[in-house]
Design a protein around this ligand. Structure first.
Ligand SMILES: [Zn+2]
Length: 68
């Protein structure tokens, strides 16, 4: 895949906000009964985490500063 062309600052700002929102929406909840019962990540939270990681990876690919 070729690198994405740089975005204008205004679009970067919006995209960054969108990514931040998407990641916080997908972040597994601090307390999930299914996870507690499993003593790990339940299927739903694991899927959510995978989405969040994909969003962050995309942000990095677009040259955005995202948390590790
Ligand atoms: Zn869970």
């Amino acid at each position: 895949m070729s690198p994405a062309p740089p975005l204008p600052p205004e679009q970067r700002k919006v995209l960054r906000q969108a990514l931040t929102d998407a990641v916080s929406y997908r972040d597994p909840p601090a307390h999930c009964r299914a996870c507690e019962a499993l003593d790990g990540l339940c299927d739903e939270c694991a899927a959510g985490l995978a989405h969040a990681r994909a969003y962050l990876a995309l942000g990095r690919e677009l040259g955005m500063e995202v948390p590790p």
